[in-house]
Structure formats: C-alpha cells, structure tokens
Ligand binder design. Structure first.
Ligand code: GLA
Length: 622
C-alpha cells in the first residue's frame, strides 16, 4: 500500500516535471530524440533532376509546348543524362468544381479532356511514364496560386466565382492530393505558398480580382510578423498525406515558400526539397543571390532533403547560348550545392553547346553523388570562393574554384582546405575539360571574371581512417539551432550552424586555439548525427567560440547515443580552454550533440560554441 502511494506520488511528480519541460520549448528541443528526425519519405536519395516550364512559358504553358520540350529532352540525350521529372507548373487549372474536384484547362491540355465532359491528367502521366519520365504537378498550400497574384492579366487564370477560383489545397488537401497521386498518377508535387502570403485584406488581387481574403500568415521579408508554425503545420500535413497516399514511396514533395517562414529549419522534416530564396531571374546578380541563399546551409541537406535555390536559369538571359562561361559556372554551383537540377528554358530551341553543358556526365555525377554532401565553403572571399564537396568514394572530393568578381583573379587551394593530408594528392581531373591535370600542390589557377574550375581530386583524407563531421554533413540534422525563432535568418544566414565555421562565418576558435575543422553552432542547440552503428568513438575539443565581447554565460556539452547520455562536460565559460572529449559510440545508430546554456544567460541569443575537430573513428563514412 505504502509503495503504491509512493509510486503514485512519484508519477505525479514526474508528470508535472515533464509538463514544465514541455512548456519550455527551448529546453524541450535539447532533449534527445533518439532518431534522425528528417522526412524520411519520398524518392529523392539524390537531388531531383528534370524540367519545369514556368520560366519559359509562364501561364502560356500548353501540352504541345511541353511535348516539344519532352521530345528534345529525350532526343538530345538529356533524359539519358538523368533529367527525369517533367513538371507542370502554375496555369493548368480551369476551376474548382462545386463537388470539390478540379477542372483542367483542356484548351491547353486537350489530352486531359474525358469523353464524359470531365477532365483528368491520367493520360498525360501515362504518356510520360511510357516514355520513361516521371510526372510533376503544381499547387498551392493556400486557397489561391501565385499566378492569381502576380500574373493577373493572364488569359489563363482560374475562372468563375470566388469559390471556383479557389484552386489551392486549402480545405481540399486530402481530396486534391488523392486525385493528383492516385487518380492522375503524378510522382512529384511542388507546393507553392502565395495563398498564405498575397491575398490579405486590401491586397491588389483581392481588391482588383475579387478573390477571397486570406489573412496572410507569411509576411514576405518579415520573420517576426510571419506565423512560421502555421506555415509549417500546413506543409507537415501535406507531407503526411503524401506519405500515406504513396505506399511505394515513389514521389517527391517540393516545398516552395521562397526561404520564408523559417523553412530552413523545418523543410527537411516535412518534404524533400525547399526553396531558400525568391524566384531566380536570368541575371548574374539573381543567380548569385540564390546561390548565396543556400551556400552556407550545408548542415541542412542530405539524401531525401535538399536546399533548393530554384530552377536553373541556363538557356535564358545572362545564361543563354551567348554566355556559356556563366552557364557553366551556374551549373557548377548548383552541382556543388547538391541542389535539384530543374531546367527552365525551352529546350526544343537549345544550342548544342548548352546541351553539352547540361548533359556533362562528370558534373552531373558530382551533383548526384550518393553521399549527398552539400559542398562547404573552404574559401569565402568577396571575389574568390572555393567549395569542397566530399564524395562517396574514399578520399574523393569535388572542388570548385569560383571567381565571382569583375577582375581576373588567382585561386590557390592547399591540401588542408580540401580536407586531405599534405602531399597525398594523387589525382586531379578537370570536369569541364574532361582531362586529368598534373598533380601540383597547392593547386593554383588563374580565373577570368565569372569563371570557375570544377575539379575532382583524390587523396588521403586529412584524419586518415577517422571521419570529420564536416566531411559527412549529409548525415547531420540540425534539430535545434539555439536561435529564437523570429531571428531565423532569411538570406544572409548569420547564425546558421556551420561546418568548419562559426555561425557568423568566422574561423572556429576556442580560447586562442584555432580549429580548421569542426562544427560551429549556438548554445541551446542539438545536432542529430546518423552514425548507423558504423563507428567506435566520437572525439572533439569543445568550448565557447572566442569573441571580442565574451559573455558571462556557461555551456554544458552532452553527447547522447540512441537517447542515452554518454558524456557530459562541466560548464565552461567564454575564457575556458578547450575540453577534450573521447566518447565510446560503438553500435550507436543516432548520436546527438547538445550544447546547453547553464545558469543565467540573460543576453538574448545564446553564445556561439564549437565542436572543434569533431570526428568519428572506426568507420568509412563521409
Ligand atoms: C512562384 C514560384 C515560382 C512559380 C510561380 C508560378 O513565384 O516561386 O517558381 O511556380 O510561383 O506562379
């Protein structure tokens, strides 16, 4: 009796402690999950490749135009090169029916007209499947689509009453997704977000086109006014529904809130790719802007979940047949980012030189490498940048030297920057010239403005048989980044957890000791690492990132293995020397690295911390 009473008391106590922890989201986020909490569904083990008509045809998309591109993709070797997804974008719909279904604009897609007067895209997807392609479609997570806000003078917008023009998913999630995937047989869905952003009270589309008012939960460019939880909740539902509708897992979910609403943090939990920026335009500036929006997010990408800086602008504007150097650079950058490769121009009119760029098998192999690591920036100057992408095969890296400036420049890269042991370089291959180069160290190249050299190099990994965490970024998931949600950066990415850099982009440094490699983050962070039972030990030197204005806060570092605490440090302060860790992780499937503030930290954003030279021994992952 007494023991029963005691255990009831204990349970009550534990429940109330649990409730307090759950109420404090910050602490809750530091609890180990014992899993690798990414989406885990869909068919995007490598970045999706294909074609999207939006930047070529906007709402003037027709079946005939699309098929002429499909023919070109097939006949000119692009399908063989890997471009598989043929995606319909905005403009395909005519109206929402009273019974909740959607009528297709059969004037533009005659193949969709059924004998009974209805419409279905089944024949379209059957046709693509028969030719070895996959089929993609487009919708919006709100009630209306982007064309209804930004292409309002198009003759091809949805027609009818306000309700009939509500062609987005809102209120129709389950039935629309079932129609698209089970009835029509699509394999890919891009889900845009204008319906959550551009139809507020007094907005132009509402005033001028009489569309339903939808209180915006995304306020573009204003993270504080945006209700990121509401946006995440909608996309999470789409992700769950698609997983349920596709037992064979053969689908891709592309999330499209243009880098808004903190999608950096949750895109990989609910879908396979997510836009990091506004729409690409075919200008050098826009391409750079979109590249930058993803370039420091290497800890967010990996098999099944990719940063998406938008479609390729190759074939258009400053990347057309008269700008082949720019086109090669653009393609190289997207390859290094492990970004989806979606062509966006009228391929039926492409010059051979453009086709050669897009079909370059050695460059595509970098993008499609099985390890799925996004490149990290080894050199990040205003003009010169060097990106390094560890490849699946032992000791192989793709290396990109990039001159983004207006003047010629000389780029030099040494073995350490490639994460190779000194003097062990055995092979250097130029992936655009398709030739092996003399092995010389350091590697030095003169680059014209906007020019890149894309190389594959082979040597001995810098830590021998151990694997640096920054060599296996695809196996890291940022479960908590320690930043207040409103501070989630949009473009500049100050504050993003990084490989080999502090969140502010500085070298990793603890009490005057520099670490060329490691992971930089803020405190109140938790990283999940997919160790998959392949390693024996985890080692690192931990401490607080040296700062000009050291705070008074202290940080405790914890290492968990499959949810069990394996190691906890004492609390360290800003001036404390690095603490060495060497932890047994034998058999651990998911290791979690937690940095937690200890005691009172009153100064807003938690201090930056360092997992210096963090590495795993006893395996061959990268
Ligand atoms: C948004 C998207 C684009 C395209 C258009 C269609 O702007 O970001 O990629 O889909 O909508 O209207």
């Amino acid at each position: 009796m007494r023991s029963l009473l005691l255990s009831t008391l204990l349970t009550t106590l534990l429940i109330s402690i649990g409730a307090t922890a759950a109420a404090d989201e910050g602490d809750d986020a530091l609890q180990p999950s014992a899993r690798f909490s990414v989406y885990g569904h869909g068919a995007a083990a490598t970045p999706p490749m294909g074609w999207n008509p939006w930047n070529a045809f906007r709402t003037e998309v027709t079946q005939a135009r699309m098929l002429s591109v499909v023919d070109a993709i097939q006949q000119r070797g692009l399908q063989r090169a890997g471009y598989t997804y043929i995606n319909i974008d905005d403009g395909w719909w005519l109206r929402r029916r009273v019974d909740g279904g959607i009528d297709i604009r059969t004037r533009m897609f005659p193949i969709a007209a059924s004998a009974d007067g209805g419409s279905s895209l089944r024949a379209w997807t059957d046709g693509l499947h028969a030719r070895g392609f996959k089929a993609g479609l487009y919708t919006d997570v709100g009630a209306n689509a982007c064309s209804q806000a930004f292409d309002r003078h198009s003759p091809n917008l949805p027609v009818g009453s306000i309700a009939e023009r509500g062609i987005g998913l809102q209120g129709f999630e389950a039935s629309d997704l079932k129609t698209m995937f089970q009835d029509w047989g699509f394999d890919y869905l891009k889900v845009d977000a204008c319906g959550l952003a551009d139809f507020g009270p007094g907005s132009e589309p509402v005033r001028e086109s009489g569309l339903a008012i939808n209180r915006p939960v995304i306020v573009r460019g204003d993270a504080e006014a945006t209700d990121r939880r509401a946006v995440e909740t909608r996309y999470a539902r789409v992700g769950r529904l698609l997983a349920g509708l596709n037992p064979d897992n053969d689908y891709v979910l592309s999330i499209c809130p243009w880098g808004e609403a903190g999608v950096r943090d949750w895109g990989g939990r609910h879908g396979n790719m997510w836009r990091t920026s506004p729409d690409i335009e075919p200008t050098w500036e826009s391409m750079l802007h979109n590249f930058d929006s993803a370039a420091r997010r290497e800890l967010y990408a990996g098999p099944g979940r990719w940063n998406d800086p938008d479609m390729l602008a190759i074939g258009l504007g400053e990347f057309d047949a008269d700008h082949l150097a720019e086109a090669r650079t653009h393609f190289s950058l997207w390859a290094m980012l492990a970004a989806p490769l979606l062509m966006g121009f009228d391929v039926s009119t492409a010059s051979n030189a453009l086709i050669d760029i897009l079909a370059n098998p050695e460059v595509i192999a970098v993008n499609q490498d099985a390890a799925g690591n996004q490149a990290t920036l080894a050199v990040d100057g205003p003009a010169l940048q060097v990106l390094v992408k560890p490849l699946a095969s032992h000791g192989e890296r793709a290396l990109l030297l990039f001159n983004r400036g207006d003047a010629p420049a000389t780029a030099t890269v040494d073995a350490a920057q490639m994460k190779l042991a000194g003097d062990t370089l055995t092979h250097v291959r130029d992936l655009w010239r398709h030739e092996d180069l003399d092995v010389r160290q350091p590697l030095t190249f003169r680059l014209a403005p906007r020019e890149t050299r894309l190389l594959k190099v082979v040597g001995t990994p810098v830590r021998g048989n151990a694997t640096l965490l920054s060599e296996m970024t695809a196996r890291i998931h940022v479960a908590a980044d320690g930043l207040p949600t409103y501070a989630t950066p949009r473009d500049a990415d100050i504050g993003t957890p990084r490989a080999d850099h502090s969140p502010e982009g500085k070298p990793l440094r603890i009490a005057s000791t520099d670490y060329a490699y490691g992971i930089g983050a803020h405190a109140q962070s938790r990283l999940e690492v997919a160790t998959r039972g392949e390693f024996q030990r985890f080692a690192a030197h931990v401490g607080m990132q040296q700062s000009d204005q050291p705070g008074t806060g202290r940080v405790v570092f914890r290492v968990f293995g499959d949810g069990r605490l394996l190691h906890e440090t004492r609390a360290v302060g800003a001036l404390d020397a690095p603490l060495p860790l060497d932890v047994d992780v034998d058999g651990v499937q998911v290791m979690e690295l937690v940095a937690a503030t200890s005691g009172d930290t009153s100064d807003g954003v938690p201090a930056a911390i360092v997992w210096g030279d963090a590495l795993l021994r006893g395996g061959a992952a990268r």
